[in-house]
Design a protein around this ligand. Structure first.
Ligand code: PGA
Length: 274
């Protein structure tokens, strides 16, 4: 019986939806302090069925580690490409250093880094390997541009990003996949339920086909212009295990509202499963 309970518990834990907040290059100490205070209060009042992960700029990780409720996990937005913990690489921050200040996750291959810092799939793969070497999980981002979408090559683009960006050592235990169509990031244009479902189905077939246990699937999260008002529609798409929220994660009220919608959805799902 105990074994049954334990496997049920692990299953339940793995079923938890993720709400990841990506602050990008935003946030001061004053902002982080106000955010932490409000979010902590909310978390103390209500039990949430989601795993919240916050990805502030590196300057605020240490502060948030000390001041946010420990139920919220932290992610860095990037890491150095090399696996060494230290070295003569001016301006770089190693995965080991990120782990040292309290992160459990690192976002790699965000389209803004691919675009503005010319990060190729190969660089993304090396960064993911550095993340694994430091015992953290990589949140690997993929997504097509508007031109690629319009030319009908969305799945082809996603397929090559996955094939080339995921290290051979990637597993559902060390990697989360974020589908973020570039045209939906910061534009107010949200992919429809069908568009999200099509790509998440494709990703699920590609990555999870042979995984018989639901608890051992790669988690697939969607990102791009998420607001509390469009969360329900996004969650209704197939194989959406969570959200990667940019702009809306900076405002604690809006971020909390998003978390609540996801948590409610999770509750309904768990009732349906039981
Ligand atoms: P957005 O950003 O929610 O502001 O569109 C999403 C992201 O880039 O992660």
């Amino acid at each position: 019986l105990q074994e049954y309970k334990l496997s049920n518990y692990i299953f339940w834990l793995n079923m938890k939806h993720l709400v990841i907040g990506n602050w990008k290059m935003n946030g001061t100490l004053a902002h982080a302090s106000e955010f932490a205070q409000h979010l902590n209060e909310k978390l103390w009042q209500e039990e949430m069925l989601t795993q919240i992960i916050l990805s502030p700029p590196t300057t605020l990780i240490n502060y948030l580690k000390q001041n946010l409720d420990s139920k919220i996990k932290l992610a860095a937005q990037d890491t150095a490409v090399n696996k060494e913990a230290t070295g003569a690489y001016t301006g770089d921050i190693s995965a080991a250093m990120i782990k040292d200040i309290g992160c459990d996750y690192v976002i790699v291959g965000h389209s803004e880094r691919r675009q503005y810092h010319h990060e190729t799939n190969q660089i993304v793969r090396q960064k993911a390997e550095a993340v694994y070497a430091a015992n953290m999980m990589a949140i690997i981002c993929v997504g097509e541009s508007m031109a690629e979408k319009e030319s009908g090559s969305t799945c082809k683009v996603i397929e090559s990003q996955i094939k080339e960006s995921l290290p051979v050592s990637a597993t559902p235990e060390n990697t989360i996949i974020a589908y973020e169509p570039i045209w939906a990031i910061g534009t107010g244009l949200v992919a429809t339920k069908d568009e999200i479902g099509m790509v998440h189905n494709f990703l699920n077939n590609m990555l999870n086909k042979e995984r018989v246990s639901f608890a051992k699937r790669y988690k697939l999260v969607y990102g791009g212009s998420i607001k509390s008002s469009n969360v329900a529609e996004i969650l209704a798409a197939s194989y959406v295990d969570g959200l990667l929220v940019g702009g809306a994660s900076l405002l604690w009220k809006e971020f909390w509202q998003i978390i609540k919608v996801v948590s409610e959805h999770q509750k309904i799902m768990s009732l349906e499963c039981s």
